[in-house]
Design a protein around this ligand. Structure first.
Ligand code: EPS
Length: 390
C-alpha cells in the first residue's frame, strides 16, 4: 500500500491516491473527519484554522462503505482558496499588483527551495512546503488506520512538553501505554494532565506576546501490535528506520526517539534492555519496555512508543534577519498569519505517518488481496507463535 499526494496550501484542494489497498476493508468517513478535526485543533493555532473546516471526500475505490481493492482517491477542499484565486491562478498572467515574496524565513524551505527550483518568489516554494499538506497525509493514512483497527491495533499520541514545560511522568515508557485517549483529547494541548496543560498554555501566551513561536515534544503510542513485523534481513526492512523516516518526514521534526532512546547511551546494559519471559496465554513478553516495542528492527509485541521533537515554527511576528533575494541586502524575514505552536497537530500527523508504515508492515507480512485472506493469514501466524513453545 502506498500513496502520492498533491496540492498547494492556497490552491483549490489537497488530494491523494492510495494504491494497494486490500478489498473488503470498511472505511468510515466519520473516522477520517474526526482525525482531520483533531489535527486542526490545539491552543496556539493561527487564523487559518478559523477558515478551514477539513472534510474528506472519497472519489474512488470505495463502494457502500467498503474498499474495492482499487486505488482510493481522497480530496480535501481548501476553503481559503476563494481568497487566493488571482494570486494562485492555474492559468493566465500574474496580477499586476502581485507582491513577490523575497525575504526567505530562516528555518523554512523558502531560500533553499528558490535556489533549487530557480524561482524568484518564495510563494512558489512555501505553497507546498507549508504544513497545510499534512492534512491530506492524515486523510490518506485514515485508510491505514481503518485497516489497523480491523486487525486489533490502536494508535494515539499525546504532548509531553511545550517550550520546556514538561509533563511529569514517573516511568515515561510504561506510563505512555496506559493513557486513556479520551483524557488526552479533552486537553486543549492534547496533554493528559490539566495542570500541565494550563502551564503549557501560559508558555504559548508568553511566546505569542513576544512575537515568537514555540516547539515541543510528543509521543506516539501503538497498542495491539503482533510481534515480528519488519525485518532484520535487509537494512531497509528494519521497522526502526521506516518509522523514523516517516516521523522525520513531518515538517519541523528535529528528533525521533524509540523507547528510552537517548537514555540508552547513558546507562549500562542491564538498565537498557528488557528481560524476556513466557506468558502461557500471551506468548513471549518483556518485563519492561525500554526498547519501546522494537528489537532488531522488528516489533516485539509490546507497545510501540515513539517520542519526537518539533522545533518552533519558522514564521514569527518578530522576525529574524535574512537576505532579500532581489536586492541581496539585509532584511527582516517575511511575517504572515501563522500558528504560534502546532505541536498537538504534529502529534496527530505523526500518528498518521506511523499508522501508514505499520499497515504496510502488516500487508508485507500477511498480504493478500482482501481482508478475509489477510485475517486468515494473521490467525495462522498467531497459532504458530503460540505453539512454538511446545
Ligand atoms: C503554514 C502557515 C499557516 C498554517 C499552515 C501552515 O497557513 P497560512 O499561511 O494560510 O496562514 O496555518 O497550516 C495549515 C493551513 C494547516 O492546515 O495545518 C506554513 O507556513 O507552514
Amino acid at each position: 500500500m502506498q500513496y502520492v499526494s498533491a496540492g498547494e496550501s492556497h490552491g483549490p484542494a489537497l488530494t491523494a491516491i492510495v494504491s494497494g489497498v486490500p478489498a473488503g476493508l470498511t472505511i468510515s468517513e466519520k473516522n477520517i473527519n474526526s482525525d482531520l478535526a483533531r489535527r486542526q485543533g490545539g491552543y496556539g493555532r493561527g487564523g487559518r484554522q478559523k477558515i478551514e473546516k477539513d472534510r474528506v471526500q472519497i472519489l474512488s475505490g470505495v463502494r457502500f462503505g467498503k474498499t474495492l481493492g482499487t486505488p482510493v482517491t481522497l480530496m480535501i477542499q481548501n476553503d481559503d482558496w476563494v481568497n487566493w484565486t488571482d494570486r494562485m491562478a492555474v492559468f493566465g498572467d500574474a496580477p499586476q499588483d502581485l507582491v513577490r515574496e523575497v525575504t526567505p524565513r530562516p528555518g523554512h524551505a523558502d531560500l533553499l527551495g528558490v535556489l533549487k527550483n530557480d524561482m524568484d518568489d518564495c510563494r512558489n516554494i512555501l505553497e507546498r512546503s507549508s504544513a497545510r499538506e499534512t492534512a491530506i497525509r492524515v486523510a490518506a493514512s485514515g485508510i491505514a488506520r481503518e485497516f489497523l483497527a480491523e486487525v486489533g491495533v490502536g494508535i494515539y499520541s499525546y504532548v509531553n512538553c511545550i517550550g520546556g514545560v514538561t509533563l511529569d511522568e514517573e516511568d515515561p515508557i510504561r506510563d505512555a501505554a496506559d493513557y486513556r485517549p479520551l483524557a488526552i483529547e479533552m486537553s486543549e494541548l492534547r496533554c493528559p494532565d490539566e495542570a500541565t496543560t494550563e502551564a503549557m498554555k501560559a508558555r504559548i501566551d508568553e511566546a505569542r506576546e513576544s512575537g515568537q513561536s514555540l516547539g515541543g515534544t510528543f509521543r506516539v503510542v501503538v497498542n495491539g501490535l503482533l510481534p515480528t513485523l519488519g525485518g532484520f534481513e535487509e537494512s531497509r526492512e528494519r521497522l526502526t528506520s521506516k518509522l523514523g523516516g516517516a516521523v522525520f518526514s513531518i515538517p519541523a521534526i528535529k528528533g525521533v526517539e524509540f523507547g528510552i532512546g537517548f537514555q540508552n547511551a547513558k546507562v549500562m546494559g542491564r538498565e537498557a534492555h528488557d528481560e524476556i519471559y513466557l506468558d502461557k496465554k500471551k506468548g513471549f513478553l518483556r518485563s519492561t519496555n525500554r526498547a519501546g516495542g522494537l528489537e532488531g528492527g522488528m516489533t516485539t509485541g509490546m507497545p510501540l512508543v515513539i517520542t519526537a521533537a518539533m522545533k518552533p515554527i519558522p514564521t514569527q511576528i518578530d522576525p529574524l534577519n535574512t537576505v532579500n533575494i532581489d536586492t541581496l541586502e539585509v532584511a527582516k524575514a517575511s511575517t504572515e498569519r501563522s500558528d504560534v505552536c502546532a505541536v498537538p497537530a504534529a502529534a496527530v500527523v505523526a500518528e498518521a505517518e506511523v499508522a501508514f508504515v505499520l499497515a504496510q508492515a502488516y500487508l508485507d507480512k500477511f498480504g493478500g488481496d482482501n481482508m478475509t485472506d489477510i485475517k486468515a493469514n494473521i490467525e495462522a501466524f498467531k497459532k504458530r507463535i503460540k505453539t512454538m513453545s511446545r
